[in-house]
Design a protein around this ligand. Sequence first.
Ligand code: PNS
Length: 163
Amino acid sequence: MNRISIYPGSFDPVTYGHMDIIRRASSLCDKLIVGVLRNSEKTPLFSVDERVSMLKEVLKDLDNVEVTSFDGLLVDFVRSNHANSVIRGLRAVTDFEYELQLSQLNKVLYPEMETIFLTTNLKYSYLSSSMTKEIASYGGDISEFVSPYVEQLVKERIKERKR
Ligand code: PNS
């Protein structure tokens, strides 16, 4: 059986926490598709296309991982890619309520699909894209949170925004 999983999210920007989940999830399936949500209401630091290209760069050594963007409902994206599961990372108990609701709603919308939760490596349990952006916006060091490539892009974008 060809097991295709989807790892959806905003990835604005991709952190070491995401990369850890992606690496571990990729060993559980034949193909992992990282899906960057297009219809997010948040004001992003990077465009969806920039986030897709950033993800492709930092994940280029993982042979069975693809990166793309999607619009609309997650279940429709899952269905159209013939995937059978969605991966979500759980950092702390504060993530749980939202993730439980999301997975239960998705199960109603698409009963054949499973949500698989991976607990975040303790090393990254405190990490989020939004905190990373906040720290960078005040000139803090984000080298523990994102790859050097992403760090450079975040710094440049924040500098541009401050002009
Ligand atoms: O990493 P994020 O930003 O918390 O990811 C949230 C995501 C992309 C998983 C979620 O917002 C999503 O699936 N959005 C697509 C629309 C959808 O299907 N919503 C769930 C049913 S209400």
